[in-house]
Design a protein around this ligand. Structure first.
Ligand code: ADP
Ligand code: MG
Length: 349
């Protein structure tokens, strides 16, 4: 059975639909990231697993058992909230042991457990310290240790790294993945940061306006997004509006602002389509099994260290590409852009 299951769940606040009828299954031991813009319903979904919000209709199951109407304390879940919410007057050990105290664990046992949990998050020997002595990153680790101390089957993380600077965020992302693999717990992590989602998730669930736009492993969602929203939210995209002019076996001919392009596709697609190509999929040299898009004028360049980001103009269409620094592009130059056939994503408009 699935560890977490949403069955036809909806949520309304004051008559506004925040979560449309939604089904979602999360496996035991999976690291799932809910990715979407602010206001898309991520926190609401998380809170319905943790018991801090109840569905307007539908059921939430954990290990096949209906938990829809049970309060947070009765659920095999723990939550790390966005603002960590540590108890400022308690020692770190007391903070981490809080849930264990609530469960009635004896003091020596829970303090030993708290020390072990602090060690797990890289704060060995910090138990006697106070919350005010900690940096933001350290507080975040304590919040994690506290949530994991109760050994939840499901750990819910609501934008837990949002307050950290980039270097610390990257480090914590890697630590979260290690912790998750070591503990075997199911992690459901909320973020609006697609890079964070890609670097930590086993599976990304792209949420928009209370609906699931796409879900799957990060590489699949990035390379073959199911919808235009997923394509544009999961990183930069070049989108060409097109109309299918002809269909032959496994290929379609699409009229675009750049002319007619022949790409893999089937007759099942509607006649109006969007063709999506990532910036790194626009190439300056012809790839195997590729085609030329045409000639573009280089409008803007910016050096990014590992590559140059380049805005081009082709037949009234703006395109962005990632060019190798070694290509030595210059503003005003004319380049021929190519793409591999299999890189093009064709979406119903
Ligand atoms: P996210 O976490 O993706 O930013 P939320 O789940 O917090 O999104 O919110 C989704 C929508 O529900 C937003 O429009 C928000 O204003 C609304 N909302 C969330 N919580 C409440 C609440 N307690 N009362 C009324 N509206 C709410
Ligand atoms: Mg939120």
């Amino acid at each position: 059975t699935d560890r977490v299951e949403f069955r036809s769940v909806t949520k309304e606040y004051d008559g506004n639909v925040v979560v449309a009828p939604l089904d979602l299954s999360i496996a035991a031991g999976e690291f799932v990231v809910l990715l979407g813009p602010s206001g898309s319903g991520k926190t609401t979904l998380l809170n319905m697993i943790g018991g801090f919000a109840s569905p307007s209709s539908g059921r939430v199951l954990i290990d096949g058992q209906d938990f829809t109407d049970l309060p947070p304390a009765r659920r095999p879940t723990a939550t790390v909230f966005q603002d960590y919410a540590l108890f400022p007057h308690m020692s770190l050990a007391a903070n981490v042991a809080f849930g264990l105290r609530m469960q009635g664990m004896a003091k020596p046992a829970r303090l030993a457990k708290a020390e072990a949990m602090l060690e797990l998050v890289g704060l060995k020997g910090f138990g006697k310290r106070g919350v005010h002595q900690l940096s933001g990153g350290q507080r975040q680790r304590v919040a994690l240790a506290r949530a994991m101390a109760v050994e939840p089957k499901v750990l819910l993380l609501d934008e837990p790294l949002g307050a950290l600077d980039l270097a610390l965020r990257r480090q914590m992302q890697e630590e979260l993945v290690r912790l998750q693999k070591r503990s075997g717990a199911t992690f459901v992590h909320v973020t609006h940061d697609q890079e964070e989602a890609m670097s930590i998730a086993d599976r990304i669930v792209v949420v928009n306006k209370g609906r699931i736009e796409d879900m799957g492993p990060p590489d699949r969602v990035y390379l073959k997004p199911a919808t235009l929203f997923a394509a544009t939210f999961m990183g930069e995209s070049n989108v060409l509006a097109g109309r299918v002019a002809a269909v032959s076996s496994g290929e379609i001919q699409v009229e675009t602002p750049l002319g007619a392009l022949v790409v893999p596709g089937s007759a099942l697609l509607a006649s109006d389509v969007h063709l999506v190509l990532r910036p790194e999929q626009l190439q300056l040299t012809p790839p195997a099994n590729g085609f030329a898009l045409g000639q573009a004028r280089v409008e803007e360049l910016s050096f990014q260290g590992t590559h140059c980001r380049c805005h081009c103009h082709m037949s009234g269409q703006d395109l962005v590409l990632r060019a190798p620094v070694s290509a030595g592009l210059k503003t005003g130059a004319t380049v021929t852009l190519h793409a591999a056939r299999d890189d093009v994503v064709v979406l119903k408009a």
